[in-house]
Design a protein around this ligand. Structure first.
Ligand code: FES
Length: 103
C-alpha cells in the first residue's frame, strides 16, 4: 500500500509536536498542529538543516538554521531565504499508529 508505520502516536508525540524519521532512506519531518498531523521532506530546501529541529508556531515551522518559514500544511516556502517549496507526504493515524506514505 506504500504506507509506512512510524509508530504509536501517544509515545512519539508524548512531549513534542515535531519529530524526524527516515523512511526508505528519505528523511521525513512530521508535525502536529491542533491534533492534526502533517509530513514533509525534513531537509530544508535552502540548506543542511532539518525542519523537525525547528520551531513550530501555528502551521508555520521555522528552520533552525536561517529562520526561513514553511507552511507544514502545504510545504510552501513562506519567507526568505527559503524559496523552493518542500515536498509533502501523506500522513494518517490508524488504531493509534502514525502512518506515512511517501509522495
Ligand atoms: Fe533552512 Fe537556510 S537551511 S533557512
Amino acid at each position: 500500500t506504500g504506507w509506512h508505520t512510524v509508530g504509536e502516536v501517544a509515545s512519539l508525540f508524548a512531549s513534542r509536536d515535531c519529530m524526524g524519521t527516515v523512511l526508505d532512506g528519505v528523511k521525513v519531518g512530521i508535525f502536529r498542529v491542533d491534533g492534526e498531523f502533517f509530513a514533509l521532506d525534513d531537509i530544508c530546501t535552502h540548506g543542511a538543516a532539518l525542519l523537525s529541529d525547528g520551531f513550530l508556531e501555528g502551521h508555520e515551522v521555522e528552520c533552525p538554521l536561517h529562520a526561513g518559514l514553511v507552511d507544514v500544511r502545504t510545504g510552501c516556502a513562506l519567507t526568505a531565504p527559503i524559496v523552493r517549496d518542500t515536498r509533502r507526504h501523506q500522513v494518517k493515524v490508524t488504531d493509534g499508529q502514525l502512518l506515512v506514505r511517501l509522495s
